[in-house]
Design a protein around this ligand. Structure first.
Ligand SMILES: N[C@@H](CCC(=O)N[C@@H](CS)C(=O)NCC(=O)O)C(=O)O
Length: 202
């Protein structure tokens, strides 16, 4: 049965859309409008009333990183989900790290810049978010020293998950001058045809 991915491309559903293109997974995309996320039918799929959500036969799943780690395991090929327990743990590590260390500040700035009326903007919150970024970015820069991807020379689910979060750094023009490894890695990840294909979705 074809898996279903719920959520517009201009949302965190972009992360799931990227992985299905990366792994050539047959899928049905149910874009859903934000206003339709609290209907009883959709709440049966994701009781949080948020996107993305995934349906695979009788199985339902929410949380973008959990969806991608599931898809990587279920449709794995060419070491996209690495074989060893340690390397799989590293994929979890970078996925959780992205959500807890960089997603919030990046999103705070993105929302303020592009989705907030000028009179409602919060420069203090943006300044706080800007201040929170250099430390994790330095950690990521160190982890990428001497390697193309987070786990070495192969693009894995760790890179896709983290780069899907870090992609928000582009429109908000995060200063990467002190973290050149991060800059080169992000460009490498976002230049994949699968990323471009996912961005072309509704
Ligand atoms: N931690 C969740 C966050 C999901 C989330 O907040 N999605 C947003 C769209 S990017 C949403 O559905 N917002 C609608 C709402 O909060 O009502 C994940 O990564 O899947």
């Amino acid at each position: 049965m074809t898996i279903k991915i719920y959520g517009p491309a201009a949302s965190r559903a972009a992360r799931a859309l990227w992985i299905v293109h990366e792994l050539d997974i047959p899928f049905e995309h149910i874009a859903k409008e934000m206003k339709d996320l609290k209907t009883p039918d959709y709440l049966k799929i994701n009781p949080n009333g948020k996107v993305p959500a995934l349906v695979d036969g009788d199985f339902k799943l929410f949380e973008s990183m959990a969806i991608n780690l599931y898809l990587a395991a279920r449709f794995n090929k060419n070491g996209f989900l690495p074989a060893s327990l340690e390397d799989q743990a590293l994929c979890n590590q970078w996925s959780f790290w992205g959500m807890t260390e960089v997603e919030k500040p990046l999103l705070t700035i993105l929302i303020d810049m592009f989705m907030t009326a000028p009179d409602k903007r919060k420069p203090e919150a943006v300044a706080e978010a800007q201040k929170a970024l250099p430390k994790p970015l330095a950690v990521l820069n160190g982890a990428l020293e001497g390697r193309d991807y987070l786990l070495g020379s192969t693009f894995t689910v760790a890179d896709l998950n983290l780069a899907s979060i870090m992609s928000w750094a582009k429109p908000i023009k995060v200063d990467f001058s002190q973290v050149p490894n991060v800059s080169a890695w992000l460009d490498r990840c976002l230049s994949r045809p699968s990323y471009k294909a996912a961005r072309g979705a509704k």
